[in-house]
Write a protein that binds this ligand. Sequence first.
Ligand code: GTP
Ligand code: MG
Ligand code: ZN
Length: 288
Amino acid sequence: MKKGIIIKLIAGQYTIKGEDQNTYQLKPLGVFRHRDISPKVGDWVVFDDDHILEVKPRKNDLSRPPVVNVDQAILIHSALQPDFSFNLLDRFLILVEAEEVTPIIVVSKVDLLPQKELEELKKKLQYYENYYKVYYSTVHDEKLIEPIKSVLKDKVSVFAGQTGAGKSSLLNALDISLSLKTGEISKALGRGRHTTRHSELLEIHGGLVADTPGFSKLDFYKVEAEYLQAHYPDFVQRSQKCRFRGCLHIKEPHCAVKKAYENNEILASRYENYLLLYDEIQQQKKRY
Ligand SMILES: Nc1nc2c(ncn2[C@@H]2O[C@H](COP(=O)(O)OP(=O)(O)OP(=O)(O)O)[C@@H](O)[C@H]2O)c(=O)[nH]1
Ligand SMILES: [Mg+2]
Ligand SMILES: [Zn+2]
């Protein structure tokens, strides 16, 4: 019996990277189907020559991309084409935090933004550096690519972000042997509920990485409105000073978060987007 991690799943065929560093192709043991456990990409499993015998408990389970046991999400946001959006950044951060995955911010395609605008963007993003790692990259500058390599080591990462943000291009720049398709919407990976989804973990710089197809809409159906605030580390940090426990930082009196916003200690767009998102989630609930 051996132990390893599932790195690929296509049409019931599993590819496992063993602890011995060998790669194995297997079919799953039928019994897992009956028990409603279907092994997924990212699962640590015990296996023999023919079958997966056991699936180890998961630390998390993402639906998009369908990968489990993810350590970190590399959130790729382009400086331009498409335009950088703080609203979208906050949305990604919340979804990732809600899955208990560590977010890492990469601002890509910085070569496209005029120097002055880039400096302004960096200044605003300094706020995020208090809570997250932030990197700047362009495929045209090896010096900017280099530091990202060590981030991937010994971790399972997913690359996520809007379509065209440069996820696949960055992966190719990190490791030229990958030759991922770029410059077009990755149709093969599908976006609709009924489309086949195939996911794969690529070995890169001592870690495993899943590239994901870009998407334009982020679903928040898993996040409860009342828990939304818990996914803002900048709010959590200050919430002990709110008068009420479980303060939602909206209409409550003596709210330390709202006060910090009014004093410009919390980035205005963070708090304003929070209010919008809170409403959006509540509206969504009503529709079900
Ligand atoms: N100037 C410049 N263009 C880039 C850079 N990175 C990517 N691009 C271009 O941006 C376009 C989209 O890049 P992709 O890597 O395919 O983007 P993606 O995020 O993988 O997109 P999807 O797979 O559709 O989600 C391509 O035309 C790339 O050549 C960069 O650092 N600088
Ligand atoms: Mg891509
Ligand atoms: Zn509060």
